[in-house]
Write a protein that binds this ligand. Structure first.
Ligand code: AMP
Ligand code: MG
Length: 422
């Protein structure tokens, strides 16, 4: 039997969610920073303050395609009486020699090209005839017009990014502009995902009666990757203790050992609970957590046959339980250890339907959060509470977090939701 709403044995108590979360979190450790190229830095936190090694812009340059001039030389220019100047040089972006603008002349200049010495303004091409030997200028400009001053974006020595900043596209752009090619970030923690169950068959393969397609492995690997860590998908194993341990030993003793092993299945109260049986000799505790879904949980350290020990978290097998357990117990410490925000965004939303929740258990229901007509947010609970309804999890954008003490929650009640936004 493998339903998870087992009655408690006399004297048995459930571990609160927050307590189990602390126990799991204590197993997950950060690693010393590594230096990576910017191409590998996306979504990772920078470990140190980054100060600008150079100014941006690095030199005075033109903000427009047009003509570099002395503002005084074109002070009289109008549409009716343009000022005509000889074009003494042509400065495309990328020209590296240093030019000087003689009084009474213009240089044709492109956006981003260095200003010649002596020029103090750019007349944009739209206010000229666009000439290449002489140019007729129809507008006066103030000194400084269309010139980007060296250091006007950031000065050398300024703080460019504070330690802890997560590197998204704009931050990677800034570092590149500053010529910073590498950055120190926390390593992506390596998580090995191993599913168990003799009924499992890989997606794409035909099913016999009684078999199901394996889904937890693919789902948890995706969740690990989305959390910013590095997932290794192991092929699932049948409910066989020796095969389970042999498989795990293979990765734990490899030259790329995991920071965390994540299993699913085989931890509830039935017979053939392979994970429980296989880990009986390890420092792994199996507990019932006061939560629905996800009551049967386990965690601790696995020791390979060669004696190497790694943290292991054993999630329940029902797909919704596995994924919700990952959200609640595994994702936060993984992110924390990589310098990323540990918690999902939470919000308060008004329930659109009545809910029942088992007394004494914190319930995480699948929900769709959307703006409410009168302002604020509402949450529409979808699907039943039982933990095989993957379809509803796949339609949800939030988990409704019902406190352990609540049993009947009426529509119209303000509840807390975790927003699943990636
Ligand atoms: P267990 O905890 O192993 O008894 O599994 C509980 C339920 O989850 C059973 O219906 C299993 O068939 C199902 N299950 C376990 N592991 C997986 C998996 N990797 N993919 C899909 N379903 C699974
Ligand atoms: Mg199983």
């Amino acid at each position: 039997m493998s339903g998870h709403d087992h009655p408690l044995r006399p004297g048995e108590s459930l571990r609160p969610v927050a307590e189990h979360a602390r126990v799991v979190a204590a197993l997950v450790s950060a690693r010393p920073p590594e230096r990576v190229r910017l191409a590998d830095a996306l979504g990772r936190a920078c470990v140190h303050d980054v100060t600008a090694p150079i100014a941006l812009p690095g030199f005075d340059n033109s903000a427009m395609d047009g003509y570099a001039v002395r503002a005084t030389d074109v002070a009289a220019a109008t549409d009716d009486e343009p000022v005509v100047l000889p074009v003494a040089a042509d400065i495309p972006a990328g020209r590296t020699d240093e030019l000087t603008l003689e009084p009474g002349t213009a240089h044709r200049i492109m956006t981003g090209a260095p200003m010649p010495d002596g020029a103090d303004a750019v007349v944009q091409v739209e206010y000229t005839d666009g000439g290449t030997t002489t140019v007729a200028i129809r507008r006066a400009v103030d000194a400084g017009t269309s010139v980007r001053r060296a250091g006007s974006d950031i000065a050398a020595g300024d703080l460019a990014l504070a330690a802890g900043t997560v590197l998204h596209a704009p931050q990677i752009g800034l570092l590149s502009a500053l010529g910073v090619a590498e950055v120190d970030v926390p390593p992506r923690l390596h998580v090995v995902v191993l599913s168990t169950g003799s009924e499992l068959v890989a997606a794409g393969q035909p099913l016999l009666h009684g078999q199901i397609h394996e889904s937890n492995g693919a789902m948890l690997c995706a969740a690990v990757t989305a959390a910013g860590a590095r997932a290794s998908a192991m092929h699932f194993v049948p409910d066989d203790v020796d095969e389970f341990r042999a498989h795990l030993d293979g990765v734990v003793d490899s030259d790329d050992p995991p920071d965390l092993v994540l299993t699913s299945g085989g931890v509830s109260a039935g017979a053939y609970e392979v994970v429980k049986d296989a880990l009986a000799r390890d420092e792994v505790e199996f507990v019932k957590v006061a939560m629905q879904p996800g009551m049967p949980q386990g965690c601790g350290r696995y020791s390979s046959s060669s004696g190497r020990s790694v943290p292991i978290v054993t999630l329940p097998g029902n797909p919704v339980s596995a994924q919700v357990s990952f959200e609640i117990f595994v994702r936060p410490p993984l992110r924390d250890a990589m310098g990323l925000s540990r918690d999902r965004r939470r919000a308060t939303a008004v329930l659109t339907d009545d809910l029942r929740s088992p007394p004494g258990k914190r319930q995480f229901r699948r929900g769709v959060v959307e703006p409410a007509d009168g302002g604020g947010l509402q949450v529409h609970p979808i699907g039943p509470p039982s933990s095989h309804h993957l379809r509803y999890l796949a339609s949800a954008n939030a988990l409704v977090d019902i406190p352990a003490e609540a049993s009947d929650v009426a529509r119209g009640t303000a509840v807390e939701v975790l927003l699943l936004d990636d």
